[in-house]
Design a protein around this ligand. Structure first.
Ligand code: ADP
Ligand code: ZN
Ligand code: ZN
Length: 801
């Protein structure tokens, strides 16, 4: 008997063991690994979803009566291929999460949501006669009804032939969009015969026949636009003059743009060496490409990808969401045109699905996308690029807490192809691996454009500025330099470092700060909506005019929001046009791109923004970059605070002077002697790496130690705390004396969304028992879930707080 092994989707009872289901006779040819199916489950035979991970032939191992039949497939073709099924296994082990969660995570969101599913008739002409009455005059029927009446095997066949397709009702929008094409069947041989068929005076027929001799393939709409009726066209189809076909069109978000074709640049020696090293790697190998900002890393990727395409292979390039700017897309589409599929969160669900389909059907050979693009169903991969590999957004902050970099390396292993991690400021972990020879080190030390010089960087000690009692936001020097650029009609980028920073309301009489009722954190002031908002749970309330604690009216807001800086800026420089880019101005779809486009078209001379602006901008007229407050991110209670600050300052400095004009950077700080700031001024990553490694070594931090965080949460404080103390006692026996346990402690923000969080952090070097213990701990935690206690495991957490 043939059995489907199914991972079922039961949120309250997750298990990584597949369940066996019999496959009904008529579905034997249909069911394949990687498809989703509906199966009966539990005592009540409730219908639930699951993933088929294998189809096996079993000999009498099961008494047949104990097995249930699966009900029907939810897909007509596998949504995950063999490679991605195997990747799910790896991800599960790496991230300590349940397999079903991993499988779900890999799918495009259109497929995940529970939308109504329908069968859409694309080509009524090729539908077998006996089913024509079933569809009647409709072109859509509900999926389940079609499966029941026609049988899945036939439906699958018709789908492969292009007669029908599945569509999902996403916001009343057709999932698959089609356009009707007319193929001409007219040849010089049959032309006279067709011409004879035309009755005298039938002008439209004459016109149609003429057109058919001119256009072998044309859309139906074009014929209709010329005044030909559907009746005439249908009649002609029956007479054999033409063939009507429905062709799928993709919703292409970039359709309106044209991309000027670009040609490969003449590489400098360092770039050429990097491209060559990648070309020579004919097996799985990880490269670290460290190159200063503007050193032409992107050009290296482009040429390395071109090499791979020439060998008939495909390529994947991951970019942090925020760096996936129109400029970046343009560079790829400009070089590779139609071969490029772009996946990022700015696309609608339908658009994203279309891009995914293009990849699945091998119509796109180059995928450019953010974190989840690592799951793109590309086959025959020849190169994987992870640009800005140090970016924390590559790690998903919810289960499964995967790091796209790790999954990219796994896929390079599967495809036996190189993977290149690129950055101007590599993560210490990656740089250390390159040091040890685990990764092969490639280094670009010069700017790609030989005319572009590194910008000069100046540090302003804001402690001195305060003494002078001038504006607290803009130092005197920065004001002068901005004025100078305005006079010269050059462009200025100003960054307000908002990491770990917010504007809040405080009472001057009693010091009261407005807290969130659900979380242990103060509310943030949002001037655009004139509300106080919680950044964790979204709670929103009005700005108070009196102190809720003492009734005083002296309740003021503190902190420098971008809006406040913008006001100051327009007062200081009334003639300047300022564009602002922060969470408030980029909430709407496409807003981010609009602001960048306006700036590139020089509609403004100053771009003011948060760290969002630090990446991906490549405009020739930016000659001044100002960092208004370098320190806020330094003060975070996090061992990566220096690393993050150094990265941010280097990135933003790299925006200046990328072309002929010389660039200048002004960094305002209260900590002018801090090594992250001094070395960012020197733009000396290597020196920063050395110094920071010593600090990490002294305090036993990564990359000298591996880390894992275990978190328990509950609506009450006590059960969460109790659980973590229990884990602590167990884990003491599991670990060797070399490991260090921090905690149990409450999370820095103990209560979030009315749940209390407790955690333990383990620092370790080699603990062979640990992985098994954690897997078992997770399995056991399912019992606790019924009592509202949730446990999660975060391997290599981004922060300790
Ligand atoms: P990165 O990705 O390292 O920041 P880019 O690839 O964006 O650098 O290159 C920075 C600038 O230098 C771009 O304008 C690019 O066109 C230019 N550039 C890169 N390589 C070369 C080269 N070999 N010759 C001339 N210009 C180059
Ligand atoms: Zn008060
Ligand atoms: Zn809250």
């Amino acid at each position: 008997m043939t059995i489907a092994q199914v991972i079922v989707d039961v949120p309250t009872m997750q298990t990584d063991q597949p369940f066996s289901y019999l496959i009904p006779e008529e579905m034997l040819s249909v069911i394949k690994p990687g498809m989703r199916v509906e199966v009966p489950f539990g005592k009540g035979n409730r219908h639930i979803q699951g993933f088929v991970i294998a189809v096996t032939d079993e000999q009498e191992q099961f008494p047949q009566q104990e097995l249930k039949y699966l009900i029907h497939p939810l897909d007509l073709a596998p949504v995950l291929n063999q490679e991605l099924l195997a990747l799910a296994d790896y991800m599960k082990e790496e991230t300590y999460s349940f397999k079903i969660t991993c499988l779900q995570t890999m799918l495009p969101s259109v497929l995940k949501a529970k939308y109504a599913k329908q069968i859409q008739l694309l080509l009524p002409e090729s539908l077998p006669k006996e089913w024509q009455s079933f569809f009647g005059s409709d072109t859509v029927v509900p999926y389940e009804e079609a499966v029941n009446v026609m049988g899945v095997a036939l439906i699958q066949q018709l789908r492969m032939a292009g007669t029908i397709d599945i569509r999902y009702l996403v916001k009343k929008q057709n999932r698959v969009q089609t356009v009707k094409m007319i193929y001409s069947c007219v040849t010089s041989e049959n032309y006279p015969m067709f011409a004879q068929m035309i009755r005298k005076g039938a002008k439209r027929k004459v016109q149609l026949l003429e057109r058919l001799t001119q256009f072998p393939k044309r859309t139906l709409q074009e014929y209709l636009d010329e005044g030909l009726s559907r009746t005439v066209i249908n009649q002609a189809a029956m007479d054999g003059w033409l063939r009507l076909e429905a062709e799928e069109v993709y919703r292409d978000p970039y359709a309106a743009q044209t991309f000027a074709k670009t040609t490969p640049l003449q590489l400098n020696d360092e770039q050429a060496a990097a491209v060559q090293a990648l070309a020579d790697a004919n097996q799985s190998q990880t490269f670290l490409l460290e190159g200063i900002t503007g050193s032409g890393k992107t050009e290296v990727y482009l040429q390395a990808i071109a090499n791979v395409l020439e060998h008939g292979k495909t390529a994947m390039m991951l970019v942090p969401e925020i760096a996936l700017t129109p400029q970046m897309v343009e560079r790829f589409k400009g070089r590779f045109g139609e071969a490029v599929a772009v996946l990022h969160s700015g696309l609608s669900q339908g658009e994203k699905y279309d891009e995914w389909r293009k990849i699945e059907r091998n119509e796109a050979q180059v995928v450019v996308g953010a974190r989840s693009a690592v799951f793109a169903p590309l086959e025959n991969i020849g190169l994987i690029v992870v640009d800005e590999e140090h970016e924390s957004s590559y790690k998903q902050e919810e289960t499964p807490r995967y790091h796209a970099r790790d999954l990219a390396i796994w896929r390079s292993n599967y495809h036996q192809c190189p993977v290149v991690l690129g950055s101007a400021t590599p993560s210490l972990e990656s740089r250390a691996r390159a040091q040890k020879g685990v990764y092969q080190f490639l280094h670009l030390t010069k700017r790609g454009n030989p005319d572009a010089l590194l910008p000069s960087v100046e540090i302003i000690d804001m402690k001195q500025e305060i003494v002078r009692k001038e504006t607290t936001t803009f130092s005197r020097i920065l004001q002068e330099k901005i004025q100078d650029r305005l006079n010269k009609e050059e462009q200025v980028v100003l960054m307000l470092n908002r990491r770990g920073y917010s504007s809040f309301v405080m009472c001057r009489d009693c010091g009261f700060v407005l807290p969130c009722p659900n979380c242990d954190i103060s509310l943030t002031l949002h001037m655009d909506t004139k509300t106080m908002r919680c950044h964790y749970c979204g709670h929103e309330e009005r700005i108070p005019h009196h102190c809720p604690s003492c009734g005083s009216e002296k309740i003021r807001y503190y902190g420098t929001g971008t809006q406040k800086v913008e006001e100051e800026l327009t007062q200081l420089f009334p003639e300047a046009n300022v564009l602002r880019m922060d969470v408030d101005t980029t909430r709407k779809k496409g807003a981010h791109e609009r602001i960048l486009r306006a700036f590139s078209e020089k509609k403004a001379s100053i771009l003011l923004g948060t760290q969002m602006i630090a990446k991906g901008l490549d405009f020739p007229d930016i000659t001044l970059v100002g960092v208004l407050n370098a320190d806020t991110s330094l003060n975070l209670p996090d061992f990566r605070a220096s690393e993050r600050t150094f990265q941010l300052l280097t990135q933003v400095s790299g925006r200046a002077g990328r072309a002929q004009k010389h660039g200048e950077v002004i960094i305002q700080t209260f900590n002018p002697e801090h090594h992250a700031i001094v070395l960012a001024k020197q733009q000396n990553y290597e020196a920063f790496y050395q110094e920071e490694m010593q600090i990490r070594h002294q305090s036993d931090y990564p990359p000298y130690y591996f880390t894992v965080k275990i978190i328990a949460s509950h609506e009450q404080e006590e059960p969460a705390a109790r659980k973590m103390f229990q884990v602590y006692r167990e884990i003491e026996h599991v670990l060797s004396s070399q490991a260090k346990i921090l905690g149990p402690t409450p999370h820095a923000i103990m209560r979030i969304k009315n749940r209390y969080y407790y955690q333990i952090i383990i620092k370790y070097k080699r603990e062979p028992q640990l992985a098994n213990y954690l897997t078992e701990l997770l399995e056991r935690s399912q019992m606790d879930q019924r009592n509202g206690l949730f446990l999660s495991i975060d391997k290599e957490p981004l922060s300790f707080i």
